[in-house]
Design a protein around this ligand. Structure first.
Ligand SMILES: NC(=O)c1ccc[n+]([C@@H]2O[C@H](COP(=O)([O-])OP(=O)(O)OC[C@H]3O[C@@H](n4cnc5c(N)ncnc54)[C@H](OP(=O)(O)O)[C@@H]3O)[C@@H](O)[C@H]2O)c1
Length: 374
């Protein structure tokens, strides 16, 4: 395993160079990998493994749109696509890719089929780390590990088809067979990871829950919203407020940051932007750090996982969720975003057709709407 230096700290990393696909195929040649669940991660991981020559089957409940999708994707009922319990029986490695809430509900069924020497694979540390809440306690005579791709299953598949790879973390919770390392890394490569970095179940889930509540989704929406509201309250139009808050970030800056880092961005912007960003970033850090500490504590004490389990298992979960999503969708910020996206040259034809309005008209309507809000 390679030791790489990350900003002065050495970490264990497995790359495709040292663990090529041929080695992964060799390690998995006598295994039947059963991917249980065909939601978001399921298709990405199952299709990539299939294309990589791994013996993979899918377990999915029948009479659902998801089952039909698996058929459309090339999985054959009775050959490579089965009801969940049948797939659990056939699989020697069980990739447990149901939603985290469904994993709790299905656990008694899964447990029955975890016979000696099999492996249980997760893509999240949630079920095991919070096992007092989830009840997911595997038998001692099986391997338990995870590969967590750092992105959506859709990106995992898309990048695989482009010949690229998403980075993933991996962790071993139980090594009953002595083969857990080879098995988990082989699976990591087979599902299409670019490289794999080492973690443990607890760290994986703590960082993941913090990240998605923080800068990846929660904090960023909060900051977008705060800046947009200030600009609007000070008389800026929705299009101007949206462009200065989101559009420039996603269209121009973030692709460059992804390529070169924020340090490069700071060194390669106008001197005016540079002076301001250098003056303000530490103030934003200091203002938000207490909230990030509070968030981490909320994750570490199990409050966030309990909240997620409680809300996701309510019978009216979907209706309540829809109300919250509607608020976001219908907010002026994201409605303005929709119009701005439609004005991108590559989308303009569609927008013109859709709304039958001229560009001027789109903005006029937006301005009228915002007057009544602002
Ligand atoms: N979303 C991501 O991109 C992502 C990224 C990294 C890691 N992960 C982790 O990967 C795992 C899978 O996540 P996901 O987002 O792919 O899950 P998901 O899309 O929410 O999973 C949906 C799957 O679960 C099945 N399901 C739901 N409730 C069920 C029930 N009561 N009985 C039987 N099947 C049920 C669905 O079948 P039906 O369609 O029939 O309901 C579908 O196959 C999770 O541990 C997650 O944390 C996800």
């Amino acid at each position: 395993m390679a030791k790489l230096n990350f900003g002065g700290v050495e970490e264990n990393v497995v790359t495709r160079e040292e663990f090529p696909l041929s080695k992964a195929q060799q390690v998995l040649k006598n295994e039947t990998v059963a991917v249980i669940g065909y939601g978001v991660q399921g298709p990405g991981q199952a299709l990539n493994q299939k294309d990589n020559g791994i013996n993979v089957i899918v377990g999915q409940r029948k009479n659902s749109k998801t089952w039909d999708k698996a058929v459309r994707d090339g999985f054959v009922p009775g050959e490579t696509l089965f009801e969940i319990e049948e797939a659990l029986q056939k699989g020697t490695i069980i990739c447990y890719l149901l939603s985290d809430a469904a994993q709790i509900a299905l656990w008694p069924t899964v447990k029955k089929h975890l016979t000696k020497g099999k492996a249980l694979y997760f893509s999240h540390g949630f079920g095991i780390t919070f096992n007092e809440q989830t009840g997911i306690i595997p038998p001692k005579d099986i391997d338990v590990f995870l590969v967590a791709p750092k992105g959506s299953g859709t990106s995992l598949r898309r990048m695989f088809l482009q010949g690229r790879g998403l980075n993933s973390s991996y962790a071993i919770y139980q090594d009953a067979t002595g083969k857990a390392f080879d098995r988990v890394v082989a699976l990591g490569i087979a599902v299409g990871s670019g490289y794999l970095f080492e973690t443990d179940f607890r760290k994986e889930v703590y960082s993941d829950l913090t990240g998605e509540r923080g800068t990846l989704m929660g904090a960023i929406q909060g900051i977008f919203s705060a800046q947009y509201e200030v600009l609007r309250a000070k008389g800026h139009t929705p299009s101007e407020a949206f462009n200065e808050t989101v559009e420039e970030l996603t269209q121009s800056l973030m692709p460059l940051v992804a390529e070169n880092g924020m340090d490069w961005m700071y060194a390669n912007c106008s001197t005016t932007a540079q002076r301001g960003a250098l003056d303000w970033w530490k103030r934003f850090r200091d203002a938000t750090k207490p909230l990030f500490n509070e968030l981490y504590e909320s994750v570490a004490t199990g409050k966030e996982s309990q909240r997620s389990i409680d809300s996701n298992s309510q019978p009216d979960y979907r209706e309540k969720l829809e109300v919250e999503l509607k608020e976001l969708r219908e907010s002026e910020l994201w409605q303005a975003g929709k119009t701005v996206r439609g004005l991108r040259p590559e989308n303009q034809k569609a927008t013109a057709k859709e709304s039958n309005s001229s560009t001027k008209e789109v903005f006029r309507k937006q301005a009228l709407k915002s007057e009544s809000i602002g």
